[in-house]
Structure formats: C-alpha cells, structure tokens
Design a protein around this ligand. Structure first.
Ligand code: SGN
Ligand code: CA
Length: 524
C-alpha cells in the first residue's frame, strides 16, 4: 500500500519552493496519465458517435462518469511526437523544438518537462509504452518504452527499452504495456512517495492489429459510414483535396492481406506496400471484379473494424488499472486521466490519419477522475489545449509552474470555476511535409464558433469555417462576403496569438522538403 503518503508528501511539499498553495499543503495526489495513440473522440462511447451500436468503452466512460469529461480539448500540432513534446513541456513546437516525427524529430531531453519537475519534487515516476521522441526519456525512475526503429512500437511481440536494455517481449502490446504499469505499481506499493505513472499505448495506431480475441469481433456487421465519407474537397482542392490519406492510400499490409506464394521477402514487402512513401498503397484493388467505389468501401470496412477492435483492448487495459486502484484503496487520491496524442479520421472526409486542423484530428479526448477533489458526472466545454496539460498536472500536485510554460492550468475549471480571462480560441501550427500523407504546413485559430486556417508552404490558401452552421467543415467560406468582417477580425486575432506564443508563422528552423525532393526520396 502507498501508506505514509500523507506524512511524507506534506514534508516534501514544504521543501519545494512553490507558493504554498492549498494543494501543496494537502496530501498530494498520485497521477496516472493514460494516453493512447490516434484515438479519436468519436470512437469512445462516452463521447458518442456513429459507432455507438458497435463499440462500448465502459472503462474510459467510467473515468468520465466518475469525474469530468472535457468536450473542447485541442491539439496544438496534431501529430504524435510533436503532441507528446508539447504535453511534456507545456510549450508549442516552435518553443520545445520538436516540430515533426520524421527527419529532424529528436526531442531535446535536456529541457524542462513536467515529469522531471515531479521527480525532483518528491514524486516517484514511471513511463510505460509509447514514447516516440527519439531521445531517451528523462525524469523517470523507471521506463519501459517501445524501441524498434522509429519507435512506433509493434502490436505483436514488441521490442521495449527496459530502463536502458532492449528486450523483445512476447505477446500483444496493449496487454503487455498494461502489465508493466501494474507490475510497477505493485513493486512500488510500499513506497511512501506519491507517484506519477504515464501509461501510453501504441494502439490504436496504424497498422491496427487487433488482439486475437477481438480479430473477428465485427465480421458479421457493416460499419456505418461517416457523413463526410464522400467529401469531394470542393473549395479545398489544394489542401484536403491533395493528400495521401484517402482510402486509396491503404496498403495491403493495412488490409491484412497475405502475399502470394513464391515471392522473396523483398518482393513480399513491396507487394504489401512498403518502401515507397508517396505511392504506398496507391493503385491496387482488393479484387478484379470490384468497382472503385466498392473498393473504397471495402477498405474502409477492413480499417474501421480493426481500429475499433484495437480500441477494445485499450479500454480493457484501462479497466484493469481502475480495478487495481480499487483493490489497493488508491482510487480516492489518484488522479486518472485518459487522453490521446491527437484525434484521427475514421473515414471522415474520406481520410485516415490526422495532421489537419479540421475537427476530427484537432480534437482530443480528455476525461479525468479525482474522487478526493473533483465532483462526479461533470461535463466541461472550456477551450483547452495539450500545452495546458503540464501546468494542470503540476498544479494538482501543488508544484510551481515555470513562467515560460505557455499553457495554463485548468484545475479551477475542473471545479466549475473557469477563470474570467480564460481563452476563447486556440492557436494551431502543423509542419510535417510532405510525408507522411502530404498535408500542407498550416497554422490557424479555432474560436468557439469560427475557424481560420492558413496553408502556407507549397500553396497560399486560407480557409474559414462556421462550425455552428457547418460542423463538418465542408464549406470553405473564406470568400463569402457575409463573413468578411469576422474573417478580418480573426486574422488580427491570429496575429495576436502568434505574438503571444512567439511564433513567426513559418516553418521556423527546419526546412520542409519539397515535392521534388520527395520524389527522389521515395523513388516514385
Ligand atoms: C507511420 C504511419 C503513418 C503515420 C505516421 C505518424 N505509417 O509512419 O501512417 O502517419 O506513422 O504517426 S506506417 O505504415 O508505418 O504505419 S504518428 O502517430 O507517429 O504521428
Ligand atoms: Ca499519434
């Protein structure tokens, strides 16, 4: 048991230099921060959506029901490593230096992060699962993270880095990662310090391999199609209309197809769709008799069923953690957060993947339970971003928030006390181009009702959406005279946000490669 927490925690809290807030004088909470990879809100039953008849996530829902569900949490750069770096530092990509996953993605691990701050202020800290920041995790007493090349992690028999040693484990990643989390809690249970556990699943990231028991979960159903599945990208031809993330870009590996016999390993890889980033998956049909339209639907079905099946295992893992907290009497004083590094397209706009500032990838799930301090059954619509996570966690722990952290604590918001000057818009900036998925670099502002985006690299295109009238963002109203005044005002606000966050609205210190470079690199 984590006995003695009160005494030691109080002592530790008096040692830290922070402004002795009420929180720091009280028993400090344990924190279990659970984050999956690419889990969209519309694949969580607490948030609801078109899959409600097929997918229930009772354990994530339990966190929401017993605590608070946030409806407006947004990612400042909707891609894996950059979102994680923003979360750890409480700073935008241009401030923490981690803009994109590919070529150039190495997190500067000498910089301040919230786990480091917690570790040096009396917390016992651990990280299990996906890290994906290129450099070794700092600030953790224990870590065991996915460490294959690229650090994406494998679903089956994954390679982990166990406190500095590479180990190949046998089994299913989601289950193994949950095991390591529980093993660590168990091993440390006599420890007097409060703890921070970051439990970060690889699932439901590409290539969506379900756990064996869920492989055939949806065999007998036809999943519904999102309302925007047939988006024709009118008015967005050069942006949403020019990506590598439509159903055509699934490769045969995504579709779990088996290569014909007699191929060498290299040929098999090629057949499955490896080795050519741009053309990956392009131009193959599941069968000679299918029409283009049938193939598109067929690919979506294969994809969404596997994706949702992967989510089932994540939810199961969370259930095991919640049960453990109950068994050990830890639930009351442990904050449990569930979120994802960004949202995802589940066939929305005809896409998979993320990156765009459009709602399905911008939006992050975020539910939080803290029985000792937070009321049950709450729902919150305040505008929150992933740079707010670090200051919030520190604030809950009664620790000081450094002045250069760009996010703000939303602890007061969890208690129904939104600060008067709380932001009514959020700033976004995405960089990685052209691979993967060929999404133009862009920045923008999302307000409570309107959204303004500027795609600025190979194109110079503005987009504007009225989310009240057009929640699916199908109508780029940038040239609609009815909105001219609002757009002009929003452009000013956008500039102000760039000043506030010290972003110059460019690619900053890295050079995106061009389409021409891309051809050479991909060999296409
Ligand atoms: C891999 C995937 C891409 C995905 C990136 C980034 N290709 O490269 O589809 O966008 O990861 O994902 S795969 O065929 O290798 O799976 S992220 O979550 O790390 O940002
Ligand atoms: Ca991700």
């Amino acid at each position: 048991m984590w006995i003695g927490v009160v005494l030691i925690a109080t002592m530790a809290a008096t040692v830290v230099s922070c402004d002795s807030t009420t929180a720091s004088k009280k028993k400090r909470p344990n924190i279990i921060y659970i984050m999956s990879d690419d889990h969209a809100t519309h694949a969580i039953s607490a948030y609801g959506g078109i899959y409600d008849d097929y997918l229930q996530t009772p354990n994530i829902d339990r966190i929401a029901n017993e605590g608070i569900k946030f409806n407006n949490v947004f990612c400042t750069n909707a891609i894996c490593g950059p979102s994680r770096a923003a979360i750890l530092t409480g700073k935008y990509s241009h401030e923490n230096g981690y803009y994109k996953n590919e070529s150039g993605g190495k997190f500067d691990s000498t910089q301040w992060t919230f786990p480091r701050a917690m570790q040096t202020n009396g917390y016992k800290t651990a990280l299990v699962g996906k890290w994906h920041l290129g450099t070794e995790p700092v600030g953790f007493d224990y870590f065991k993270y996915h460490d294959n090349p690229g650090q994406q992690g494998f679903y089956y028999n994954p390679i982990y880095n166990d406190n500095g040693t590479k180990v190949k484990e046998e089994g299913y990643a989601t289950t193994l990662t949950t095991n390591y989390a529980l093993d660590w809690l168990e091993k440390e249970k006599e420890n007097d310090q409060p703890f921070l556990l970051m439990l970060q699943y690889k699932a439901p990231h590409r290539n969506w391999y379900p756990e064996k028991k869920y492989e055939h979960l949806y065999d007998s159903v036809e999943m519904p199609y999102p309302a925007t599945f047939y988006d024709d990208y009118q008015g967005r031809e050069l942006t949403a209309g020019d990506t590598d993330m439509t159903m055509d870009f699934f490769n045969r590996k995504d579709m779990k197809l088996t290569p014909p016999e007699g191929l060498t390993q290299k040929e098999q890889g090629k057949w499955l769709g490896w080795g050519n980033r741009r053309g990956m998956g392009e131009g193959w049909m599941p069968s000679d008799t299918m029409t283009v339209e049938q193939a598109r639907k067929w690919k979506y079905q294969r994809y969404i069923k596997d994706y949702l099946a992967c989510v089932k295992s994540v939810d199961d893992g969370i259930g095991r953690v919640l049960d453990y907290l109950d068994e050990q009497g830890l639930a009351e004083n442990t904050i449990v957060v569930y979120t994802s590094d960004q949202g995802f397209y589940l066939g929305d706009h005809g896409f998979f993947d993320k990156r765009f500032m459009y709602e399905p990838s911008l939006r992050m799930p975020f539910v939080l339970r803290y029985p000792a301090a937070i009321k049950k059954h709450q729902e919150n619509n305040d505008m929150i971003t992933n740079v707010d996570f670090a200051p919030t966690i520190l604030d809950f722990a009664g620790l000081e928030i450094p002045a250069d952290v760009q996010g703000r604590s939303f602890v007061a918001n969890t208690m129904g006390k939104k600060p008067k000057d709380w932001p009514t818009s959020m700033y976004y900036h995405y960089y990685e181009f052209p691979f993967w998925h060929h999404v133009q670099p862009h920045y923008g502002l999302r307000g409570e009702r309107y959204k303004l985006i500027h795609f600025y690299y190979n194109v110079d295109q503005w987009e504007f959406y009225d989310l009240e009238k057009d929640p699916d963002e199908m109508n780029n109203a940038i040239d609609d005279p009815a909105y001219a005044d609002i757009i002009a005002k929003m452009k000013e606000d956008l500039k102000k946000s760039q000043e506030l966050y010290k972003d110059n609205g460019s690619l900053n210190e890295f050079r995106a490669i061009t389409d021409a470079d891309f051809g050479q690199i991909s060999g296409s």
